[in-house]
Design a protein around this ligand. Structure first.
Ligand code: GDP
Ligand code: MG
Length: 303
């Protein structure tokens, strides 16, 4: 008879940086692993402007995922330089990293992100995302072979963050890369950011989605009021633009566009916060805010 009690597999907890060029699906992947929209997503590159922790809890462990603005070669404005610094700084103090790329493509900015990771010396998992829209499934293996040739990855996962396909194997591998440790957050916590911050991001997500070409990059959001009134949240948001001429574009005919932005953001907030939200939204001008370090700090940008 065996009297030795079976040993429980140890609980593991650690931090994983999520890196890659803009628009490959880093935030979508973080949200899929967390199981809630903690990081905003849009079809436009450079939607994520801040470093943010997504907390993904599993029976076997807890992964703290550092979502980052994408690393990219062009860095004209102070805000873009700050975003690059935030992305590169994300590798400090973490246990491992994921490099996210898009199936079928390897660009100069992918190479830039790869080099930043190599310099960090961290174990790195390669995630080949968006396999759902990769036309030729037969070409996936040759693509995997090509990108991993002469580059070091601890493992490679082709998956679809959008459709939540192929995530189980990735989670298992990531948990092996982090140390044995108790959970650092309660298992119902999903991010290190405040609800006030997330509210601002949800308004910005609507700007990214609903404004044409250049304008989303000239706009930012400040939450002026965030108050619990009984069961309801009362929130006031200001959309800051860089020039007077941009205001009518944000506001739209008869206020239509700002109304749609506000409604979209409110629905996202009610879902995320699990309560009713009363949201007021204004549009104001602050000239040149995105190249003004003081304005950037006031609006919550930091590296
Ligand atoms: P990030 O800039 O790397 O954080 O990318 P986002 O997460 O903001 O995603 C950029 C765009 O790619 C969005 O339109 C997403 O819906 C889309 N996307 C992300 N993951 C997938 C995926 O697995 N499949 C497809 N088809 N689209 C995806
Ligand atoms: Mg992002």
């Amino acid at each position: 008879m065996n009297t030795v009690p079976p040993t429980e597999p140890a609980f593991r907890t650690g931090t994983i940086a999520v890196l890659g060029r803009p628009n490959v699906g880093k935030s979508t992947l973080v949200n899929a692993l967390v199981g809630a929209k903690v990081s905003i997503v849009s079809p436009r590159p450079q939607t994520t402007r801040h470093r943010l922790l997504g907390i993904a809890s599993f029976p076997e462990g807890q992964l703290l995922l550092v979502d980052t603005p994408g690393i990219h070669g062009q860095q004209k404005r102070a805000m873009n330089r700050m975003m690059n610094r935030a992305a590169r700084g994300a590798v400090e103090g973490v246990d491992a990293a994921m490099l996210v790329i898009e199936a079928g493509r390897w660009t100069d900015d992918d190479a830039l992100a790869y080099r930043a990771l190599k310099d960090s010396g961290l174990p790195c998992v390669l995630v080949i995302n968006k396999v759902d829209k990769f036309p030729d499934k037969g070409a996936l293996l040759p693509f995997m072979a090509e990108v991993t040739r002469e580059r070091e990855f601890s493992s490679v996962y082709p998956l679809s963050a959008l459709r939540k396909r192929g995530l189980e194997g990735l989670v298992k591998t990531l948990l092996k890369l982090v140390p044995e440790s108790q959970a650092l957050y309660a298992d119902d916590e999903i991010t290190d950011r405040s609800e006030r911050f997330l509210a601002g991001e949800l308004v910005r997500e609507q700007l990214m989605t609903r404004l044409g070409e250049e304008l989303p990059y000239s706009a930012t959001v400040e939450i002026e009021k965030f108050e619990l009134d009984g069961e309801m949240l009362r929130i006031a948001a200001v959309v800051w633009v860089e020039r007077e001429g941009q205001k009518p574009i944000v506001i739209g005919k008869g206020g239509d566009r700002l109304k749609a932005i506000s409604t979209g953001a409110r629905i996202g907030m009610e879902k995320l916060f699990g309560r009713k939200v009363f949201l007021e939204t204004w549009c104001r001008v602050r000239e040149g805010w995105s190249d003004d370090e003081a304005a950037l700090r006031r609006f919550g940008y930091s590296d």
